[in-house]
Design a protein around this ligand. Structure first.
Ligand SMILES: [Zn+2]
Length: 296
């Protein structure tokens, strides 16, 4: 039985290579249902969710990691986020039909970069920009690791309506491991073996079956699963801050026009409402702060 909504780490003994496997179902479906978009857009969302969760896990971030592609194309927005608590959320937005589904990501999004934001909750979030190159998200993200982490990394991603899955392999620098690896060809050998995985196998086989199918001649150490779940990080407090950033006069204009300010979260459809009393309190609390500081 395939394990769902879980991420697994594994090590390949006697080599500098580590890996991760992810399988998302309920969490993926939640994001998928929230996004009113075509098949290609949803496939990209599934790939991005798996990749973002793998990235957040392998980089051992303490906070959240967000992947964003924003452009003028038929698919104009893709945002996925994973946290250190293994919670994920994501959305994709499409404004018109994709003329050529075989086109490059650059053409589909009419964008030239992926923005990766790592927010540890202290100080300014760290942003990395990756060129939106290659024919799929895996290739573009592999370039991110080359560039920013200097760790050779390969990703295999697959998704259908019920699941989104992924496999990541990463070669650690020799200096980071105590044992000397004489198996110098291991990276080529393991990535070639991993490249034989089909989307269907990645989606349907469980972690043991996948590792056996690919690496049955290697000695693999598989660690316990960590559960992944959908959880939105929106809150009334964050929405209040957003209204504060609009400024008092704009907020009051909306109140005059609509009677209340209603903000809905695109990731989870939660609705936050603020009436005139709420809005008055929001701006009073700003004035009461000594240095007019707002928190994020
Ligand atoms: Zn939300």
């Amino acid at each position: 039985m395939k394990s769902k909504d879980q991420i697994f780490r594994f090590l390949v003994d006697h080599t500098p290579i580590r890996g991760q496997l992810i399988s998302l179902d309920a969490s993926w479906q939640k994001c998928f249902q929230q996004s009113d978009a075509g098949e290609l857009a949803k496939t990209l969302l599934g790939h991005a969710l798996s990749a973002t969760t793998l990235l957040a896990s392998t980089l051992k971030i303490d906070g959240s990691l967000t992947l964003q592609i924003r452009g003028q194309g038929a698919i104009h927005l893709l945002v996925t986020e994973a946290t250190n608590n293994r919670t994920i959320r994501g959305l994709v937005r499409q404004s018109r039909e994709v003329d050529n589904p075989e086109a490059s990501l650059k053409e589909i999004f009419e964008a030239d970069k992926i923005v990766i934001t790592i927010d540890n909750g202290i100080g300014k979030p760290h942003q990395g920009i990756v060129p939106l190159s290659g024919s799929n998200l895996s290739e573009a993200l592999e370039a991110y690791f080359e560039q920013s982490e200097q760790l050779p990394t390969r990703l295999w991603l697959a998704c259908n309506e019920s699941s989104a899955s992924g496999l990541l392999l990463q070669k650690l620098p020799d200096s980071s491991t105590t044992e000397q690896h004489e198996d110098t060809d291991s990276w080529n050998r393991l990535t070639q073996l991993a490249s034989t995985i089909t989307d269907q196998e990645l989606l349907e086989l469980d972690e043991n079956e996948i590792l056996h199918r690919l690496f049955h001649e290697e000695s693999i150490r598989l660690f316990d699963a960590e559960p992944v779940r959908f959880q939105c990080s929106c809150s009334r407090n964050k929405t209040s801050n957003m209204i504060k950033s609009l400024g008092k006069s704009e907020a009051e204009d909306i109140l005059v026009e609509k009677g209340k300010i209603q903000v809905s979260c695109e990731f989870c459809n939660a609705i936050y409402e603020f009436d005139s009393v709420d809005v008055k309190q929001l701006f009073e609390s700003i004035i009461n702060l000594p240095d007019n500081k707002t928190t994020h």
